[in-house]
Write a protein that binds this ligand. Structure first.
Ligand code: UTP
Length: 249
């Protein structure tokens, strides 16, 4: 049973400036909740009860808003990523809270519907006895994602971070949801800075593949919006408001 998780939320959100000069991106609203609250709701449909939220020093707004986790029936701890050094580095900041257990990761600025995507991904990871499970979707723009190369069943044999369209091994891109065994931390420690000089989780996953670990993928149905720009924020809100009544039934 997977009871722990990490939500990376230490990015700078420059594409959503100037709002993000005052408000962390993950606290911008989608409907009547902050983006990250929708992520926490998805965890509420799983067995996860302990979440490490990775923040930067200037993002104390997140702990002011989310608090101890008690109101969500969970326990939150806040860990600091001192420099924005990439997603792999953000995940590593939560290692001590995961304390050698398996755990899930969902980016704090992503919006998914239906919200049970995570429950299904965790169940799949457990059935497969995988070392790492990557949530993917068919993406229109491979240049914004880590793209997987799959072989036979659901095995991942290679990954490329933000490939040129002509070099993409598939149109299946990682969409910020993962389930890991603790060996991912060893792979992150071996990871060298890659795309844009950042420690990319894609490169850590490639190391797991090289070590012969079981890395699998699962397609996530429904809609996924990576809320990076004002256009994405408007799109997520339009979707939420159009579908809210259906959700309440
Ligand atoms: P983004 O790639 O959208 O980066 O991060 P960003 O810094 O937030 O935004 P821009 O590019 O400046 O506009 C995706 C998610 O991963 C987290 C972010 O907080 C966001 O939730 N992240 C990213 C980290 O926690 N640490 C990092 O080093 C990078």
């Amino acid at each position: 049973m997977i009871k722990k998780a990490i939500i990376p939320a230490a990015g700078s959100g420059t594409r959503l400036g100037p709002f993000t000069d005052a408000i962390p991106k993950e606290l911008l609203p989608v409907g009547d909740k902050a983006i990250i609250e929708h992520v926490v709701d998805a965890f509420g449909l799983t067995e996860v009860t302990e979440i490490a939220i990775v923040v930067s020093l200037r993002k104390h707004g997140l702990s002011d808003y989310l608090g101890s986790g008690k109101k969500f029936g969970m326990h939150f701890s806040y860990v600091v990523q001192e420099e924005r050094l990439g997603l792999a580095n953000a995940v590593l900041a939560g290692e001590h809270v995961m304390n050698n257990h398996q755990f899930a990761v969902v980016l704090g600025d992503n919006f998914f519907r239906p919200n049970d995507f995570l429950r299904d991904l965790i169940a799949f990871h457990e059935e497969e006895h995988a070392d790492a499970t990557i949530g993917v979707a068919k993406v229109d723009d491979v240049t914004r994602h880590g793209v997987i190369k799959a072989e036979g069943g659901n095995a991942v044999v290679d990954l490329i971070e933000k490939p040129k369209p002509e070099e993409a091994p598939s149109d299946l891109g990682a969409i910020g949801i993962y389930v890991f065994k603790p060996c991912i931390f060893d792979a992150i420690r071996e990871t060298k800075p890659g795309y844009k000089g950042e420690f990319q989780l894609t490169d850590s996953l490639k190391i797991l593949v090289k070590w012969g670990k079981k890395v699998v993928y699962k397609e996530i149905p429904g809609i996924h919006i990576d809320v990076g720009t004002v256009k994405d924020l408007v799109r997520a809100n339009a979707y939420y408001l159009d579908n809210r009544d259906r959700e309440k039934r």
